[in-house]
Each structure stands twice: as C-alpha cells, then as structure tokens.
Design a protein around this ligand. Structure first.
Ligand code: GDP
Ligand code: MG
Length: 439
C-alpha cells in the first residue's frame, strides 16, 4: 500500500547527502504516495511541513546521522497520524456486534474474530442475523466448520431481533458472542432502524464497524455516521492486503477519533491481526516486523520447533518444518513483507513461483534418508542423483533446493545473533522503536 515510502527512503539513503534539496524531494515522494493512498490532503501537508521543519531545524540527536534522523522523523510523523498507540482488546466474556455496509467483510470478520478469541482461550459463539442475504447464514455456517465454533441462525426467520434472542439462549454459556448483522449499500433509514433494534437486544460491549480499506478517506465520515447511530467502540478495516487506499481509511478513522482495533489482511481466516500503529509503520518503512513474524510462528509451531529453528541447529528437517509452517502462516509474499529486507520488493509472481518450488522441495526431501536430512553436508553428487530419481525430478532441482537450504541456514544464524538489526542505518531507530514494541 505504502510501498513507495520504502522506495523514497531508499532513494534518499542512496543520495549520500541529506541537504535541503534531498529532504524536499523525499517529502514530495512521500506526499505523492500518501495522496495516492487517499490520505486527506490537509493531513498530508501537515505531515510534510512537520517533516521538513524538524528535519532541517531540529538538532540531530547524538549518535544519529542526519539521514537516520530524517528517517526517524518520518517514522514518528507517520505514527502520529495512523494512530499512536495499540488499542485495548478485552480478553474476557463479552458480546460483540459487527455492523457495516454490504461487502465490507462483516461475515468473514465474524469468523476471524471468533478464531482470534478462541486462540486466546475463550469459548465463542456466532449469531447470523442477516435476513437480507438469502445465503448469509449458510456462509457463516460454512466458516464455523472451518474454525469449529458454534453458530446460530435461522434462514426462515425474517426478524433479526428474534434470531438474536433465540441465538443468545442457544449459545448460553459461551464467553464471547459475536453478532454478524446485515448491511445495505448505504446507511439508509431502513438499516438505521434495524441496527437500533439490534443494538437494543444485543447490548454489546464492543460495537465494531467493519469497513473495507478501499473506500479510503470516506471511512472517516462513515465511521462518524455509524458512531452517531449506535456508539462505536472501534472499527475493523478489511482488505488491507488488496486495497491501495488502506492508509487513507486508517488515517481518516483516527482523525475522526475512532480507533482501528483490527485489520483484515486477506480472505483466509488467519489473515487477521490486531492493529498496532507502531508495528504497522515499521513494516511500511521496511524495517520488518520480526516480532510479528515470531508471534505467528509461535502459534503454528511447537515451542520446541521454534526454539530449534531460532537456536541455529538448523538442518533439512527444520527446513521442511519451516516450509510447512510458512504455509500455515499464509502466503510467502505476506511473510516476506514482515521480514527486514531493507526495502527490497520482490514481485508477487516470483513469490508464487517460489511457493510452488517449495512444494516440490518437500517432495524431494521426502526422498532423502533420515541421515541426509539431519546432516545435509553428507549429500554429494551421487546422492543427489539418487534423490532426484526417487523424487522424479532433475538433479538440478535437488541442487537448487540445497542451495536455498544453505542460504536460509545462513540467514537463520544471522537472525539468531540479531545482526539483521544490529547493522545498517536503521539500528538506532530500531533501538528507539524497540521500547515501543510489545515484546
Ligand atoms: P459482508 O457482506 O460485509 O458480510 O462481507 P463478506 O464477509 O461476505 O466479504 C465480502 C468479500 O470480501 C468476500 O469475498 C470476502 O472473501 C472478501 N474479504 C473479506 N475480508 C477480506 C480481506 O481482509 N481481504 C480480502 N482480500 N478480501 C476480504
Ligand atoms: Mg455478510
């Protein structure tokens, strides 16, 4: 979404000098990116002015070069308008009502939230009270099977309030109840009336507006309208993966005084996370988000495996597990976005190709002996021939796997020592960031 900010900072970094001209150009590049993301023009100019003023006037803190100082300022300014702190997510018994227009992602998000709370150890139940879409209940029902969460709905009942009343009884005892309401193409009188009635019966602790990132800054006025109607406790912005305007939506909600609590990052149930502005901006700036990645890794891997991988005792078995866990974490391109790659952008089609390759590697590794997987250094050219024949691939493909394994192995060693962060121009910034990250 804001990929170009990384590019602009990289360009700035390559210039060598950080004079007024370079700063002007950097600010112009950032402006262009933000405006393309549909961030409000007034906000963009305010941010540009702040960056310029601070970059040229403020004394450079000891230990930072001017260039690092500028990157730090950009980071702080972005955080300032994308939301300064992590929202509070209650981890206790509660009722959550999701509201929003057609297609914003309510039903998908209902299931994502249920999975989120289930993982936190809370029992969940979902109620579908969308009586407008004939297949709405079926959609949620399907999703409920994927996550193994109880769901209540009644495709014959036409009154959402009755569905909710019965649903609350049917799901008695569940700690978190999530209600998926119907949308319309706009917040018209009919939807207003319906939501007010639903609101009265649900008595929700959390009322979250679900909106799609692709409406950009229009998110601000939409959030205000729904807020006046039912009193929102926050918003969830979906389609952050596919929309170029997510930045506009985030900044507009924040400017409207309504916290973004979660973001949807894809169609899969796991493509969902709490919104943390600091992490979000650090990812935008290309510093990576190792914490975020590790958090996810912890969820899909056993602690022993994670420890084994991070401790550097890395072999083809761990490589195999890694490929497997990656698949569980989502697509490779998403994972790469979270890693500190110094702003290197790899085109999506190459990523997809890589993903197919990794599937093949698993097949190749299945043709190896236990010893070979544990001690990959024993694999010589005659063994490569045998493995290739066993897996039905060319020897060159086995060699490619070995080459990649060696690269990853090297990379893991670097992560282990934390060198990815201890080096490079962003080290001080990372230091200042670290204090803000929930470790
Ligand atoms: P509702 O009408 O508000 O209930 O919206 P749905 O949950 O039915 O979602 C509408 C469409 O958006 C579906 O095709 C979803 O798969 C898709 N969708 C929902 N959330 C996301 C997201 O975070 N990213 C992407 N790419 N698609 C999403
Ligand atoms: Mg729906």
């Amino acid at each position: 979404m804001f990929d170009k900010i990384k590019d602009a900072l990289n360009k700035f970094a390559r210039l060598g000098v950080a004079d007024k001209k370079a700063i002007d150009e950097l600010v112009r590049d950032i402006q262009r990116t933000l405006i393309a993301s549909d961030v409000n023009v007034k906000l963009v100019f305010e941010l540009s002015k702040n960056i310029k003023e601070k970059a040229l006037d403020e004394k450079i803190p000891k230990g930072l070069t001017r260039r690092e100082h500028v990157v730090d300022i950009v980071y702080k300014e972005l955080v300032r308008f994308l939301g300064e702190k992590k929202p509070d997510i209650m981890l206790k018994s509660q009722r959550i009502l999701l509201v929003g227009l057609f297609g914003s992602g309510k039903t998908t998000t209902t299931a994502k939230l249920a999975k989120y709370f289930t993982k936190k150890g809370l029992s969940c139940g979902m109620i579908s009270c969308d009586v407008w879409r004939p297949a709405a209940f079926e959609q949620l029902n399907q999703l409920s099977k994927q996550i193994n969460v109880a769901v209540y709905g009644d495709s014959k009942e036409k009154d959402p309030v009755k569905i909710i009343e019965k649903g609350l009884v049917a799901l008695e005892g569940k700690e978190v109840i999530i209600v998926d309401s119907a949308g319309r193409s706009a917040l018209d009188d009919e939807l207003r009336e319906e939501l007010v009635r639903i609101d009265e019966v649900v008595k929700a602790d959390e009322k979250l507006l679900v909106l799609s990132g692709d409406i950009g800054q229009a998110a601000g006025s939409q959030a205000k309208e729904f807020n006046e109607l039912v009193g929102l406790t926050g918003v969830i912005i979906t389609k952050m993966d596919s929309s170029a305007k997510g930045g506009g939506a985030l900044s507009a909600c924040y400017a409207a005084g309504i916290n973004t609590k979660f973001v949807g990052m894809g169609e899969k149930i796991d493509d969902f996370e709490t919104y943390d502005p600091v992490k979000f901006v650090s990812r935008l700036l290309g510093m990576g988000d190792l914490e975020g990645l590790l958090e996810k890794a912890k969820e899909v891997m056993s602690p022993e495996k994670a420890e084994e991988i991070m401790s550097g005792s890395f072999n083809l078995n761990t490589f195999y597990d890694q490929i497997d866990s990656m698949k569980k974490m989502g697509s490779l391109s998403k994972i790469m976005d979270m890693l500190p790659m110094g702003g290197v952008k790899i085109p999506k089609h190459l990523m997809d190709e890589q993903q197919d390759k990794m599937e093949k590697w698993k097949i190749i590794m299945d043709s190896m002996t236990k010893e070979e997987k544990k001690k990959p250094e024993v694999i010589d050219s005659s063994r490569i021939e045998r493995i290739a024949a066993g897996a039905g691939v060319e020897p060159a493909e086995v060699k490619e796997l070995m080459k990649n394994y060696k690269q990853v192995s090297k990379m893991m060693k670097r992560f282990k020592g934390g060198k990815a962060f201890k080096r490079g121009p962003l080290k001080d910034m990372f230091k200042s960031l670290k204090g803000n990250l929930p470790v």
